[in-house]
Design a protein around this ligand. Structure first.
Ligand SMILES: Cc1ncc(COP(=O)(O)O)c(C=O)c1O
Length: 411
């Protein structure tokens, strides 16, 4: 056998999404018009607000192109701490904040800082796919809990309690974190305060560090969003957030982690995050200044977020309603983010899997969506509902035609 230059753990980085992506690229090369509902990038559909672009250009023009402070420029860490004081009454200080290259960089910080190989992290299915990838890449073994579809995709607290109860004390010691995504990608669920309180209790009773990805916290519809900061008082936790969604600046690659506890263990976690930040030098410097302005200029931000939020709400509701008229799909209405995650009646469509559904929809109807399997929940698909309504309508008509045809024709 020849020596391989690629590590064995690299297998965790390859996903079914890449295969669909490749097939779509091939069709595009043949000039096929693909309706793309696969990528959750608001900046493709909404221009990044001008005041943020202006701040980026000003930072570039004034020479802010050097390595910044590793944990983030003062203006940004101050702005982030002030945002959490203002929005959630959190007594955060700038020292609690570490800026990352997009929230995504926090995945490596978390797994490196909190877990040794063989340790475990609790993820809830369906999860944002890279969480499981990064855990595996760091030899952290995910322990899966579930969002319960029959409870509107809220957390299945009973089964979480049961699976923790089954573990021996030494197995429990190896669980280093529990990670929530709220509002959720791919389901659009916004967790109720009561559920969050119970999650905090479970984390505290089992001595597990809590992490909450709240990157869609200002993209919530008809419901009040509760941050973990409002309920996790006295329990150690980190919140992750960033510029990609609320500030419509995905390509800036700016995110942040806030770890506000005053206890010794929170201090240790904060200091480890800082150490990792120092090792990779810094996040994009001019973009950090732009995001600082994005957060601090409340007048401009409230205007732009409200415009984008209400457009997204109306698109998500439109998509969700159209899909729910399809008798082969079961749709739970999302209350945040910009995704719809229907369950597919595979049997009625004579199909074996959601992957088959996604590949066939691409080949036959030229619609690109993602399989639920990619999020740890088979028999579903995720569509991104950011496109204007005429495009949503065209794409969903294709999906609905596709389902009708397969229900008729059989295997
Ligand atoms: C739940 C969630 N977290 C994190 C990210 C990535 O964030 P960033 O662009 O800041 O790396 C996404 C992107 O879709 C997401 O849906």
């Amino acid at each position: 056998m020849p020596k391989s230059y690629v590590s064995s753990r690299s297998r965790f980085a390859s996903s079914p999404i890449a295969l669909v992506h490749k097939a779509a690229e091939e069709l595009i090369r043949k000039n096929v018009n693909i309706v793309k509902f696969d990528s959750g990038d608001p900046a493709v559909y909404f221009r990044t607000p001008k005041y943020i672009i202006d701040a980026y250009v000003a930072a570039l023009r004034s020479g802010k192109t050097y390595y910044s402070r590793a944990e983030g420029v003062r203006e940004l860490v101050d702005a982030v701490a002030a945002r959490y004081r203002r929005m959630y009454g959190l007594q955060a200080s700038s020292g609690d904040v570490v800026v990352t290259e997009g929230l995504s960089e926090a995945f490596t910080f978390i797994n490196n800082a909190l877990a040794d190989p063989g340790d475990r992290g609790i993820l809830f299915r369906p999860y944002y796919a890279p969480y499981s990838v990064y855990a595996n890449l760091n030899s952290v073994d995910p322990l899966y809990g579930d969002y319960s579809e029959s409870e509107g995709w809220s957390i299945d607290l009973e089964s979480l309690r049961r699976s923790l109860k089954r573990l021996s004390p030494s197995q429990k010691r190896r669980i280093k974190y529990m990670l929530l995504t709220n509002p959720n990608n791919p389901t659009g669920t916004v967790l109720d305060r009561k559920v969050l309180r119970e999650v905090v209790d479970i984390a505290s009773q089992n001595d597990i560090f809590l992490i909450s990805d709240e990157i869609y916290d200002e993209l919530v519809f008809g419901k009040r969003f509760t941050s973990i900061a409002e309920v996790a008082k006295g329990v150690p936790y980190s919140i992750m957030n960033g510029a990609s969604k609320d500030f419509d600046a995905t390509g800036f690659r700016v995110g942040f982690i806030i770890t506000p506890g005053n206890d010794r263990r929170s201090e240790q976690v904060r200091s480890a995050f800082s150490d990792y930040a120092v090792e990779r030098l810094c996040a994009n410097t001019p973009a950090q200044y732009a995001v600082a302005e994005g957060i601090s200029n409340l007048k401009e931000h409230s205007r732009s977020i409200e415009k984008m939020r209400s457009a997204i709400e109306s698109r998500v509701k439109f998509a969700s309603k159209m899909l729910s008229e399809n008798r082969y799909l079961n749709v739970i209405e999302p209350h945040g983010a910009f995704y719809v995650f229907p369950r597919i009646d595979l049997k009625a469509l004579h199909m074996k899997s959601d992957d088959e559904f996604v590949f066939s929809a691409l080949k036959e109807k030229h619609v690109q969506i993602r399989s639920g399997t990619a999020f740890g929940s088979p028999s579903h698909f995720r569509m991104v509902a950011l496109a204007p309504k005429d495009i949503l309508e065209d794409g969903i008509n294709r999906i609905n035609d596709f389902c009708r045809k397969h229900a008729r024709t059989g295997p």
